[in-house]
Design a protein around this ligand. Structure first.
Ligand SMILES: C[S@@+](CC[C@H](N)C(=O)[O-])C[C@H]1O[C@@H](n2cnc3c(N)ncnc32)[C@H](O)[C@@H]1O
Length: 275
């Protein structure tokens, strides 16, 4: 395992996440032999807007039944299962964090979606997929961990069929100095590679990807973050929540996420490109 991969595995899942998920579901009195996607919704989509923002991006990207989707940085698989169950897509997820991949497969098996969804553990900067294999490349809150975005976008183009769609959500650098750490994606600048919106757009254009939609979603993300904070102030940390898959410093990461957006240190974007 490379140092990069080891550091990301250590950051995201230094512990047996699949076991931790099952333990928490049991504590919450869920039937482990009959799990539904709703039982997982409080923790299985690890990005600003949860399942609602996955649905919104899928509609913007025009996903249709039978579409072959590659989810880059698929986490514990919530977005992949949403695209399969609600939009009829066939999804392959790739993620560098081995414990997340194992948990993603386990939850997909238990929710009966394994005919449409599968996961591979690996680095998206070195994708093991054939040319033009996918109709859609999808990515939510993952590219912050990738320094070499030029090579990522080259690979995205390679695995996308001509006319295919690249849809993503990402955290970018804001106008103010760098983020307060820890954040959800990194504990320090050593795993955080934020670039400004204009730099990202220029890289995508020079890779040959054509912009269809580019939307700054910072205010929407901030509103969600504030809502979550208010909910937490009213009650104790819930048994089922992001804490199930975020092994350390959950409260500090939530607080910093909000501060970083408020202070213009980061911004969030959703976008749709065509190959
Ligand atoms: C914040 S999580 C988002 C997970 C998922 N996209 C979601 O929205 O639920 C970021 C994910 O990106 C993965 N990741 C980061 N760098 C990666 C890389 N170079 N290759 C593959 N996966 C990567 C991490 O392991 C982690 O699961």
């Amino acid at each position: 395992m490379s140092h990069y991969s080891e550091s990301l595995n250590q950051h995201y899942a230094p512990t047996n996440i699949a076991a931790r998920i099952l333990e928490r579901l049991q504590q919450a009195c869920k039937d482990l032999d009959a799990l539904s996607r709703d039982d997982l919704a409080a923790f299985d989509e690890f990005h600003g807007g949860g399942r609602e923002s996955t649905r919104a991006l899928a509609r913007l990207a025009g996903l249709t039944p039978g579409a072959r989707v590659l989810d880059i940085g698929s986490g514990v698989g919530g977005p992949a299962r949403t695209l399969a169950a609600e939009f009829g897509c066939n999804v392959t997820g790739i993620d560098i964090t081995a414990e997340y991949c194992r948990a993603a497969q386990m939850l997909t098996d238990r929710t009966g979606l394994n005919a449409q969804v599968a996961f591979q553990c690996g680095n998206a900067l070195d994708m093991p997929f054939e040319d033009a294999m996918f109709d859609v490349v999808w990515s939510q809150n993952t590219m912050m961990n990738m320094e070499d975005k030029v090579s990522l976008f080259k690979q995205v183009r390679r695995v996308l069929r001509p006319g295919g769609v690249f849809a993503f959500e990402v955290v970018l650098a804001g106008q103010a100095a760098g983020p307060h750490y820890p954040t959800f994606w990194a504990n320090s600048s050593s795993l955080s590679f934020l670039i400004a919106a204009e730099e990202m757009r220029a890289m995508l254009a020079s890779a040959g990807l054509r912009e269809r939609i580019w939307e700054d979603t910072t205010q929407r993300t901030l509103a969600n973050q504030k809502k979550r904070k208010q909910a937490l102030a009213k009650e104790a940390m819930p048994v089922l929540g992001l804490g199930v898959i975020v092994a350390a410093d959950l409260e500090a990461k939530m607080e910093n996420g909000m501060l970083n957006n408020e202070q213009g240190r980061i911004c969030t974007v959703e976008a749709v490109y065509t190959n």
